[in-house]
Design a protein around this ligand. Structure first.
Ligand SMILES: [Zn+2]
Length: 323
């Protein structure tokens, strides 16, 4: 019976693979696994199927994957992704289809995270939202009038690659001065490296310099660390002003590890956004908040989209039976 079908969702993150199984109509996972894939010298596809195998059940009718892009969601092909160099024009959907003999959906992880926050997280009840995830890179997704925007080829809403500093540092994509190149975790680390001086506690720390270590120093009042975050926040606000002018969202949701530093980053971002907005009405009832699902937003977005696709399949089966 289609109504009894189960769904499998997976999120391939920068360091972890998260996989969970769900009943068709219940967002609470039946079972879930998390695996660190970077530490093992084995093709990532094999590591993914190993986790899927460990949760596999005959009742599963649909697999939904959140993958880093750029990717072609129509064919389920990963075009190329700096995160997983071995997946160059990799037909992920076809490979999984062949192995498990069920339909497979493959979508951009940040788009799905936006979708997950919209259905089950901080964006629930909103019709227009922007989601930004700030960690090693800056990913994003946009819902406009209850529709996920993907663009002509499904490559759209790469808000992390908005130019905020023409001629600035090189971005992971190869272009210069994108938001990701000046406001992601590595950019915050780079700022501290370049400006390190005796007066900062980071000069005397033997810990490896990471965005988290810098956030801790900022929380302790270290001037250099605070400057690093306020500069990143300033650029985030600058980009968000553009995004708010374009999309006029009701809510902006910020996720990702770097955003866990919270007010240290978000306060300067809000100040900078306010300075650059063309009309205060854009900000009147705009909510800016942290993500609610945290590391699970991509996984829940993969489930949400699978549920929608599966319910379409179910209703078309019922129609066929009625013929
Ligand atoms: Zn870029």
């Amino acid at each position: 019976m289609p109504a009894m079908s189960k769904l499998l969702a997976a999120d391939i993150g920068g360091t972890h693979i998260r996989v969970a199984t769900f009943s068709f109509n219940d967002p609470k996972p039946i079972e879930r696994r998390k695996k660190t894939w970077r530490e093992i010298n084995q093709p990532i596809f094999d590591q993914l199927t190993e986790v899927i195998d460990s949760l596999w059940e005959r009742e599963i009718t649909l697999i939904s994957i959140a993958s880093p892009g750029p990717l072609d969601a129509e064919t389920g092909t990963i075009i190329n992704t700096p995160n997983i160099p071995e997946w160059n024009n990799f037909p992920l959907s076809n490979q999984l289809k062949e192995r498990y003999q069920v339909d497979v959906l493959v979508n951009n992880d940040a788009n799905l995270a936006a979708f997950g926050e919209w259905h089950y997280g901080a964006g629930h009840g909103y019709h227009d939202l922007i989601y930004l995830t700030i960690s090693t890179g800056i990913g994003s997704g946009v819902i406009s009038k209850d529709k996920l925007i993907t663009g002509h080829q499904g490559l759209g809403t790469e808000l992390g690659h908005t130019t905020v500093m023409p001629g600035g540092p090189i971005c992971s994509c190869g272009q210069r001065g994108h938001l990701e190149a000046v406001a992601s975790g590595p950019a915050i680390v780079r700022y501290v490296r370049e400006n390190l001086n005796q007066s900062s506690i980071l000069m005397h720390s033997d810990k490896k310099l990471t965005a988290k270590v810098i956030a801790d120093a900022a929380a302790a009042g270290d001037r250099l660390a605070l400057d690093a975050f306020s500069q990143a926040g300033m650029y985030i606000g600058q980009a968000l002003a553009d995004h708010v002018h374009i999309f006029n969202p009701g809510i902006i949701i910020i996720g990702g590890g770097v955003a866990e530093s919270d007010a240290i980053l978000l306060d300067p971002a809000k100040v900078s956004l306010k300075q650059r907005i063309m009309d205060p009405r854009f900000l009147e009832d705009l909510v800016i908040t942290r993500s609610k699902l945290g590391d699970d937003s991509g996984l829940m977005g993969a489930f949400a989209i699978a549920q929608i696709v599966q319910s379409k399949i179910n209703s078309s089966n019922i129609m066929k039976q009625g013929d």
